[in-house]
Design a protein around this ligand. Structure first.
Ligand code: ADP
Ligand code: ASP
Ligand code: MG
Length: 441
């Protein structure tokens, strides 16, 4: 069995849903199909939630009406029969009645906010399943809220998904295609929650890991993982193969094509991940698996919103235990550290979740001296296999970065990552300079 995930643009138009129907049925294989919300919907739902939070009901209702109008038009083109259309109309009316009912709930809390954003995936999957029924495809809807769970630390509980999904699938052994919602889940309080923006990729990987799928395919609007961010750099190209580690680093460090955590469950269960282009299904895409063909530098990604913290030991040289004390503080505030560099008496670290920054610096200040931290930093992550030609790679990177100030460099922790910290205002220049300096076209 395979798991195929289609993102927002892949389901964003009625004709796209029509082509997906062909894609998922033409090979005859049994599969779980994970869908995102139609493109733009999650943003609209978030914005409706913001109006409600601000007690601006009139504005919220206006936004709800506009979104509803979009769905009304969509279903007119999606279904071919009156019966199909009537089903579609009932689906959107039900979901929008629910959205409208939230306008009256005061105060509007985080719980309602999460219920609203979940509507995007609830709509797209039911609409698509009704379309498959109209087309006579042997399919069933699997409600993600019945098998996707996060724990108190917002970590998905894979064993729960495994148990629930296995039971559900065994009840539906006559079906070929299963449709489910990406992104949404329940939390330990039983409330509707989600896996954060772009979380449908993560759902696909968790589902694929849980059922030990033969392969997980992420279908999107580009022909695989490119060697650099195509939104910023002009001359990029798809990378045909990546190891789990390489892909995980690229996703974590900002390659938007994958949710940062996508690779973890797939890697854990050894399920290969293939990235494919819905608009160009014959393009090779990218295969992410255990092994890969050797290639020196594979790809570059960048992650924004980074804060750099500079910490000096107040004890003099040879102090041991200082690192442990520093990292304990980050651990206590559940704040992951991304980059680290050290000198004899100083440590510089970066974090991307600055929610507890003030508390962290207050505690650090009790036993260390702190310099003014730098916000608005970006980590640029260069991923590849650097063993093949260790000498020379750092030089190439430095040469490309000749005109761009670098705040931190991390090299040597693994054989497949070099990280640079730059001011975010220099990021685009850095990505372009590295593209020209590190790749041959
Ligand atoms: P989906 O809605 O299908 O989940 P996303 O918009 O989340 O799609 O991800 C696909 C987009 O990721 C591409 O359109 C591209 O602009 C962007 N992207 C950023 N970095 C990369 C990269 N290294 N390779 C491919 N795409 C990337
Ligand atoms: N619809 C959600 C989002 O826009 C999840 C996803 O598309 O992966 O973030
Ligand atoms: Mg995405």
């Amino acid at each position: 069995m395979q798991v195929w995930k289609f993102g927002g643009t892949s389901v964003g138009k009625p004709e796209r849903m029509h082509s997906i129907r062909n894609l998922i049925t033409e090979d005859g294989g049994r599969k779980i199909v994970v869908l995102s919300a139609l493109s733009g919907t999650t943003n609209s739902l978030i914005s409706i939630g913001e109006s409600l939070k601000a007690n601006n009901d009139a504005e919220a209702i206006e936004k709800i009406d506009a979104l509803y109008a979009h769905y009304e038009t969509f279903i007119k083109e999606l279904y071919k029969t009156q019966e199909g259309y009537t089903k579609g109309k009932t689906i959107i009316d039900n979901e929008f009645n629910f959205i409208r009912s939230l306008v009256n709930i005061k105060p509007f809390t985080l719980k309602q906010e999460k219920e609203i954003v979940a509507e995007g995936e609830l709509l797209s999957t039911q609409m698509f399943e009704a379309y498959l029924q109209e087309e006579g495809v042997s399919s069933a809807l699997l409600p993600a809220l019945d098998f996707m769970l996060i724990d108190a630390d917002n970590e998905p509980v894979l064993s729960f998904t495994e148990e629930k999904l296995t039971a559900m699938l065994s009840q539906l052994s006559d079906k070929q295609i299963f449709i489910t919602q990406g992104f949404i889940c329940r939390n330990p309080r039983g409330e509707v929650d989600n896996l954060k923006r772009g979380g449908s990729d993560y759902t696909a990987s968790l589902v694929g890991g849980a059922i030990r799928a033969e392969e997980i395919q992420i279908w999107t609007d580009i022909d695989g993982m490119h060697n650099n961010d195509p939104r910023i750099v002009k001359r990029t190209f798809p990378v045909r193969e990546l190891t789990f580690e390489e892909a995980a680093e690229l996703a974590y460090f900002g390659a938007k094509i994958l949710h940062p955590s996508t690779i973890t469950p797939a890697k854990m269960r050894g399920v290969p991940v293939r990235l494919k282009n819905t608009m160009e299904p014959n393009a090779y895409g990218t295969l992410i698996a255990d092994k890969t063909t050797d290639s020196e530098i594979k790809a570059i990604a960048a992650k924004d919103g980074i804060t750099a913290i500079y910490i000096h030991s107040t004890r003099m040289l040879n102090a041991y235990g200082f690192m442990r004390k520093v990292f304990e503080v980050f651990e206590n505030f559940k704040t992951p550290v991304d980059m680290i560099t050290t000198s004899e008496v100083s440590i510089a670290v970066t974090i991307d979740n600055a929610e507890n920054l003030d508390k962290i610096t207050a505690v650090l200040g009790q036993f260390a001296e702190l310099e003014e931290h730098d916000r608005n930093q970006s980590i640029i992550c260069i991923v590849g296999n650097f063993m093949a030609d260790k000498a020379g790679i750092a030089l190439k990177v430095m040469e490309a970065m000749r005109d761009i100030p670098i705040r931190m460099i991390a090299y040597g922790a693994s054989e497949h990552n070099i990280s640079l910290l730059v001011d975010t205002k220099d990021k685009n220049n850095a990505l372009n300079a590295l593209n020209e300096g590190l790749f041959t076209f």
